[in-house]
Design a protein around this ligand. Structure first.
Ligand code: FPP
Ligand code: MG
Ligand code: MG
Length: 381
């Protein structure tokens, strides 16, 4: 569908919607408690890549052209109220309470009533970024990270307690925004994502299902890694793509295709992430490089290397904890073709993501989704 067009900018297709994203998210995160307000909004200051909301908005626009599910009632929250405000959640706060955020000064976005992207789909884009940001707040505590997006991490800036609580606050506000969509299936999907993130993180605490001192490489170990990767990264992208299609009342074929795109893109995205941890400098990444081995994690490049380098087994078994382990593992991975094989697998998933869109009619938004799948492979940070 790209037809040799070299000038697709996925951002341009949904630029109007993206422009309001950070402002709306900051509105959702308002707290009258100054320290909480600051910690909660901290990761919204540095410009993130906003990959997830971008995908949700592109998917919303691309699926608007697909067949509808005639059994979904047209009488949805969108048709009742075409402007679900991102801020309306403050109805639970006593306005006289010192902790309430004043409602004044809120300039609502114009609601683009002519747009094919529904207000509920725009809210969904914000929710995905909130859940993602909450997971980063917690992740940096779990990983003892001191930097993120080229700045001090939240845990470094505010301490572990406030970083964890700020993450919980984000999840609370994301849940309120989710409930406001008045769509039980979408609520269930995104609530499952939150559980999946924790499940993925738990799987990651152990490199394999069993703890062995000198494990042998097996396909089970690789499948465990892929399952973990789905849970910690691809679940959010795939289920929010599915939710975007559902909110647009797309038919079941389209809903499944949206999910498949998100799943394959998410897996490609994390494989590239795990590759960059070996190939990029910390300066390029805006966060520490080579962090995975330091954390005891055996990701795809190492698993591929392990296949042909049995010596890695004992290092994996003791989580690269002995003096010189990290250095030795890095050498063995770089000497092997683990990095190339990781890139090839990521390319494979990226192709599958693109193939999932086959039934979608050609559109600028579809080209944007295809471009996202290709850009995922090229990204440097
Ligand atoms: C980043 O991975 C982390 C995640 C994608 C998910 C982390 C999930 C938790 C900490 C569980 C808690 C979840 C919620 C919803 C609060 P990474 O460490 O590989 O990436 P990085 O290099 O960017 O740190
Ligand atoms: Mg981390
Ligand atoms: Mg982590």
């Amino acid at each position: 569908a790209t037809k040799g067009d070299m000038h697709i900018d996925p951002l341009r297709t949904v630029a109007k919607e993206m422009k309001f994203l950070t402002g709306n998210i900051r509105q959702l995160l308002g707290s009258g408690h100054p320290a909480l307000d600051r910690a909660a909004k901290y990761y919204t200051q540095a410009e993130g890549k906003h990959v997830r909301p971008l995908i949700v908005l592109l998917m919303s626009r691309a699926t608007a052209l697909c067949p509808k599910n005639e059994s979904t009632p047209a009488f949805t929250h969108d048709s009742i109220n075409s402007s679900i405000s991102p801020l309306d959640i403050l109805s639970d706060v006593n306005p006289s309470s010192p902790l309430s955020t004043p409602l004044s000064g809120f300039s609502s976005e114009p609601e683009f009533t002519e747009s094919d992207i529904l207000p509920s789909q725009r809210r969904l884009a914000e929710i995905t970024e909130l859940i993602h940001t909450a997971s980063l707040l917690h992740d940096d505590v779990v990983d003892h990270s001191v930097s993120r997006r080229g700045s001090p991490s939240a845990n470094f800036e505010f301490g572990n307690k406030m970083a964890v609580l700020a993450g919980d606050f984000l999840l609370g506000r994301a849940s309120v925004a989710l409930a406001r969509l008045r769509n039980a299936e979408v609520i269930e999907l995104l609530a499952t994502v939150i559980a999946n993130l924790v499940e993925g993180e738990f799987m990651q605490l152990k490199n394999t299902a069993r703890d062995e001192r000198n494990p042998k490489y097996s396909e089970d170990i690789f499948n465990y890694y892929l399952q973990k990767t789905y849970l910690k990264t691809a679940s959010l992208i795939s289920k929010s793509c599915r939710a975007a299609a559902l909110l647009g009342r797309a038919d079941v074929i389209t809903v499944d295709a949206a999910y498949s795109y998100g799943r394959n893109l998410g897996l490609a995205f994390q494989l590239v992430d795990d590759m960059l941890d070996y190939t990029q400098s910390g300066k390029d990444l805006g966060k520490p490089a080579g962090a995975d081995l330091e954390l005891g994690l055996a990701t795809a490049p190492l698993l591929f290397a392990w296949k042909t380098t049995p010596e890695l087994g004992s290092l994996v078994g003791r989580k690269f904890e002995q003096e010189g382990d990290v250095q030795r593992a890095r050498e063995l991975v770089i000497k092997s073709n683990g990095i190339e094989q990781t890139r090839a697998l990521a390319e494979d998933y990226s192709q599958r993501a693109i193939a999932a869109l086959d039934t979608f009619p050609d559109s600028e938004a579809k080209d944007g989704l295809i471009d996202m799948a290709m850009k995922t492979l090229k990204r440097q940070k």
